[in-house]
Ligand binder design. Structure first.
Ligand code: GLN
Length: 454
């Protein structure tokens, strides 16, 4: 049953019972959750929203604050953190749903395969020997396995919604930077972080976005704009659509992935949309620019985890610096430490101009290049990921730099703050392939319109 059918004849008690009975089985098989919040959900449904006849199960990535429910960001350092407040996006979505649990993620969002979570690894429902993608791996895993109406609230910095959506065969929408409030999100890189939605269909994604979008005075980067009904764009005529297909986004891509993506583009052509091949020559600079900016911002954002204000702590011994190192040394994972070291290096006096400021300039250049194309095209299409979900045994052979390189297709739209949507467009070797639809700022409606035809 999907959300559309459910809306016609909602039975919230039945959906509640079915959901929890299903997710317990799913948790045993694929392990998408860090926390399942059944008691919390029951109480919310019965006591606070008893008068509402329509309510929906909502899962939340574990870096988004949920009042009264543990929020770890996938890290041991926040193992005991129970936020006393809801993130703005959660407050809004709770008008139409209840929180069923918190989903697994790479620690603080640092990863592409969801292997860097301090609370275990989710397994791909299509093949348990393969990754769910990262960093919102738990959200995509659950969405793929749960055959009931459900919306997953997730987050992307450099591809964390699109990548797992593509690997698990579900739909993932990353909105324009600033369209959804970041208030209550555990920061990774503040100029890149966006809260978005993962679900089984474009309808569910559009429904979720409609609820969480809109201005929030608590976030200084929030766009001054009201939300709108994004479901109204779905399945609208696309015969006037012009699509750009960047040739650089097909270099070094798995042949089967390429084939499925082209099949989808031809299908859209069959519906009346026109496509043209284009060139985005700065593509090769997107990855280094992204990683320099993301790590630089992450290294400052993580300074707050010092064992004093919140999170894990230890007995204070020696100097403050020794104490901070003790706490951080013990409770941060390996990838977090790597990124703190690299990010601090990029920002160091003497290196700032060479790395960080240069990366910002490159970012500006990439934005211009895309903006130029959006004068002619409604949407840019490409594969979401260069590969299908890889086997755990194959990922183990990759160096950190080789793992970062897998983000080559998702980092540019994230750097630019453009909305992007990954929709399943076929299969290779029994595994899902994702098509990436990138739109100009605030053109969520257009990418959903086109995506709904795929
Ligand atoms: N894989 C990218 C990274 O590790 C993106 C992750 C994300 O969007 N949080 O930074």
């Amino acid at each position: 049953m999907d959300l559309k059918e459910y809306l016609k004849n909602p039975d919230k008690e039945k959906l509640f019972e079915n959901t929890f009975s299903e997710i317990k089985k799913i948790q045993e098989k694929y392990k998408p959750f860090i926390t399942i919040s059944e008691e919390h959900a029951r109480k919310y449904l019965e006591e606070e929203k008893g008068d509402k006849d329509f309510l929906l199960p909502i899962s939340v990535k574990d870096n988004i604050c949920t009042k009264g429910i543990k929020t770890t960001a996938g890290s041991k350092i926040l193992e005991n953190y129970i936020p006393p407040f809801d993130a703005t996006a959660i407050k809004k979505i709770k008008e139409v749903g209840y929180i069923i649990g918190k989903t697994k993620m790479d620690e603080f969002g640092f990863g592409t395969f969801c292997l860097n979570c301090a609370y275990g690894i989710p397994k791909n429902p299509y093949d348990v020997g393969r990754s769910c993608g990262g960093s919102s791996g738990g959200a995509a895993c659950l969405t793929s396995a749960l055959k009931l109406p459900h919306i997953a609230i997730a987050e992307s910095t450099g591809g964390s919604i699109s990548c797992p959506a593509s690997f698990c065969g579900v739909v993932g929408l990353t909105p324009t930077y600033g369209l959804v409030s970041r208030y209550g999100l555990v920061d990774y890189a503040s100029s890149l972080d966006k809260i978005g939605v993962i679900a089984k269909t474009c309808f569910e994604v559009a429904h979720g976005l409609t609820k969480i979008a809109g201005y929030d005075s608590k976030d200084s980067t929030s766009i001054n704009r009201k939300s709108e009904d994004y479901t109204k764009y779905l399945k609208k005529d696309i015969s006037k659509f012009r699509i750009g297909v960047p040739k650089e986004y097909f270099d070094n891509i798995d042949e089967e992935v390429k084939k499925e993506v082209w099949r989808a583009i031809k299908k859209l052509e069959g519906e009346g949309a026109k496509y043209e091949e284009i060139s985005l020559p700065s593509t090769k600079f997107a990855l280094p620019s992204y990683y320099i900016i993301a790590m630089s911002e992450a290294s400052t954002n993580l300074a707050r985890y010092c064992g004093i204000r919140y999170g894990m702590t230890k007995e204070i011994k020696g100097s403050y610096n020794e104490f901070f190192s003790e706490v951080r040394g013990e409770y941060f994972g390996e990838e977090v430490k790597r990124r703190i070291l690299m990010g601090t290096f990029y920002r160091k006096a003497g290196y700032r101009d060479k790395y960080y400021l240069k990366a910002l300039k490159v970012r500006g250049h990439i934005i211009k290049e895309f903006k130029n194309e959006f004068k002619k095209f409604d949407c840019i299409l490409a594969p979401t990921m260069p590969i299908i979900a890889p086997k755990f045994t194959d990922i183990a052979l990759l160096s950190p730099a080789q793992q970062y390189a897998m983000d080559i297709l998702t980092v540019a739209p994230n750097l630019c703050g453009f909305p992007h949507l990954s929709v399943p467009c076929g299969k290779s070797n029994g595994m899902p392939v994702g098509l990436h639809l990138i739109g100009d700022h605030l053109q969520e409606g257009k990418i959903l319109q086109l995506g709904s035809w795929v």
